[in-house]
Design a protein. Structure first.
Length: 255
């Protein structure tokens, strides 16, 4: 079986829609991933900055990953790489942070998507031009760029992503396929089967309701609360899918 990487938002405790960074300690998240059997973790650029601001050094983070057996790190998610003005300038700063993260953590793939602005009208020719530049800067550092088709953006499906990659001529770019986005856009399984596996840089597995709940960005707003079983003597809690966690720091300390 191939190694599985736990994506950033799986354990972050914050949704993509909410933005921001994880309220959960980095070490606790990494330990939870290790205990669940993952061999790698995802780190978001915003979260990386927050972790550093909270006092952990790069060396501290590397040690936490190593001590928990994390062999892979994926870094995400570059926004506005096609933009002008301050948004574009921030994207370049983010990109430089990505390259630093790649060097520190030994990541091999960084990924990005389209314009998340509602009604985005960025000409596709500009997307291709800007993507070619991003990919070239990554190539110089030995990094692959994964293009993630995101259902509500202007790179919304596999064909959009392939058009971007092929138009740019980038040899270090591939598809980064999130099954939720593909399914919500109406996945053509035959189309997927016809893609050269060498063009796939990564796959994200996730679940959702059979039918969308409102607009696509709101699809995961249905929150369920439940009481998990606790073991007072062992000071552990068992999550619904079987993972057992120490109550501290996840659930505080029982009286």
């Amino acid at each position: 079986m191939r190694d599985l990487i736990c994506s950033y938002y799986t354990v972050a405790g914050v949704s993509p829609k909410a933005g921001g960074f994880s309220p959960r300690p980095f070490e606790a998240r990494v330990r939870a991933c290790a205990e669940a059997g993952y061999a790698g973790v995802g780190i978001h650029v915003r979260d990386y900055r927050a972790i550093r601001a909270q006092g952990l050094s790069d060396a501290d983070m590397v040690a936490i990953l190593r001590d928990n057996g994390m062999r892979h790190v994926e870094v995400e998610f570059l926004l506005n790489w096609f933009a002008e003005g301050e948004a574009g300038a921030q994207a370049r700063r983010d990109e430089e942070t990505f390259h630093h993260m790649v060097e520190i953590f030994g990541a091999r793939v960084m990924f990005l998507g389209g314009d998340i602005t509602p009604g985005a009208v960025t000409p596709f020719e500009r997307l291709i031009e800007r993507f070619a530049a991003v990919a070239e800067r990554a190539r110089a550092r030995g990094v692959t760029i994964g293009v993630e088709p995101c259902a509500w953006t202007n790179i919304g499906d596999i064909d959009d992503a392939l058009r971007l990659i092929e138009g740019s001529g980038a040899k270090n770019a591939g598809l980064f396929l999130d099954v939720w986005h593909l399914y919500r856009r109406g996945l053509d399984w035959e189309r997927l089967r016809g893609i050269d596996p060498g063009l796939i840089a990564g796959v994200q597995l996730d679940d959702a309701a059979a039918e969308p709940k409102g607009a696509l960005p709101d699809d995961f707003d249905d929150i369920h609360f439940m009481n998990i079983p606790l073991d007072r003597e062992r000071m552990t809690g068992r999550l619904p899918w079987g993972l057992e966690l120490p109550l501290k720091p996840f659930f505080g300390v029982m009286a």
